[in-house]
Design a protein around this ligand. Structure first.
Ligand code: SP5
Ligand code: ZN
Length: 347
């Protein structure tokens, strides 16, 4: 398999996220990806490459242009408010909920930060845009690498920050640019007639679901902690099945906190059966390993060895596959768990 690494990822390094009235250290840290790279050095699975720049038109096929323009210059605007802000992260604290105007872009920076976000857990830092854009470039390059004769069966985008919570015009859940959606859109644009996006992160992929909710050419599926108790709460329920032309092309498989691999794997079998019926030309896997039993913010009970089977089950779909990297916060186990999925896929 081909692996695309993001050379800019470490520039995105948040200090603190809001949790229960306190600012606590960020869970989504650069060391996560360094552990994956270290494990890939121990267990090589393929050539590791850098990606060429991502086309703006591809980003704009996924995200609103005004959102991308905001993200590009948000850090500079934040520091312009007060030079002392350079030592702080930008964290939103005000949002336009039901009944407010979301069509207007406020002049006030804090108001724009809130307009384009949905939580106070996702700090925007000096290197956030560069990291997110370079991560999307990895996702696009991974998708494009699967075309043509002699193409590999699978390509991996080592994306950081993650992407699956980001929607057309909002960031949140540690995500800014939806890398899995960029990969799916790139696959469509290079000729795949139908693409499935399977999200195995502990948290529902609300951004990916919302981006494709009214489309029949991209089937979205997510296996995740039940949003009645788990983040992101407001989306990811079983009765969300798509709308308009996309009706029937979204499948949510929420599972209770405490779910072990045997029960998780049964949900995966349901998802894979739906994918087989859809008969896509390619698959995108939004690969979070926060389903791990040791994850500090999640409550499934997958063991490190289970990820080998998970990868093998996904390989059983028999499809050209792009992996994007999503969550996983047991930092020291991150390399083992991610590389186990990829090794299981290859076996
Ligand atoms: C990509 C991804 O996995 N995003 C997850 C975002 C979760 N944000 C909410 C985290 C709540 C933190 N709870 C801390 C519990 C400490 N015991
Ligand atoms: Zn997650």
């Amino acid at each position: 398999m081909l692996i695309y690494a993001n050379p800019r990822h470490a520039g995105h390094s948040g200090r603190q996220e809001m949790y229960r009235g306190r600012l606590v250290p960020c869970h989504e840290v650069p060391a996560r990806l360094e552990h994956v790279l270290a494990e890939l050095a121990r267990r090589p699975l393929g050539e590791i490459r850098e990606a060429p720049p991502v086309a703006r038109a591809l980003l704009e096929a996924v995200h609103a242009p005004r959102y991308l323009r905001f993200l590009e210059t948000a850090w500079q605007q934040w520091v312009a408010l007060d030079p002392a802000n350079a030592a702080l992260d930008a964290l939103p604290s005000v949002w336009p909920v039901r009944g407010f105007r979301a069509d207007l872009e406020p002049a006030n920076f804090a108001a724009r930060l809130g307009l384009y976000s949905f939580d106070a857990g996702t700090p925007l830092t000096e290197g956030t845009w560069a990291a997110a854009e370079a991560g999307a470039a990895c996702a696009a390059a991974a998708a494009f690498s699967l075309a043509g004769s002699g193409a590999p069966r699978a390509a991996v985008a080592l994306t950081r920050p993650p992407g699956h919570h980001a929607g057309a015009d909002f960031f949140g859940g540690y995500c800014f640019v939806n890398n899995a959606a960029v990969a799916a859109q790139a696959l469509r644009e290079q000729g795949a007639r139908r693409v499935a996006v399977l999200d195995v992160d502990y948290h529902h992929g609300n951004g990916t679901q919302s981006l494709f909710y009214e489309r029949a050419d991209v089937l979205t599926l997510s296996i995740h902690g039940d949003p009645r108790t788990e983040y992101p709460f407001y989306l990811g329920h079983a009765d969300e099945t798509g709308a308009g032309a996309g009706l029937g092309f979204n499948l949510n498989l929420p599972l209770p906190a405490g779910t072990d691999f045997a029960h998780w794997r049964a949900a995966l079998a349901t998802a894979l059966a739906r994918i087989a019926a859809f008969a896509p030309d390619a698959l995108v896997v939004a690969l979070g390993v926060d389903t791990y039993e040791g994850d500090p913010i999640s409550r499934f009970r997958l063991a490190s060895g289970d990820y080998l089977q998970l990868g093998a089950d996904i390989a059983g779909a028999g499809l050209p596959t792009v992996f994007t990297l999503e969550g996983g916060y047991a930092v020291a186990a991150m390399g083992t768990n991610v590389v186990n999925v990829l090794e299981g896929f290859e076996a």
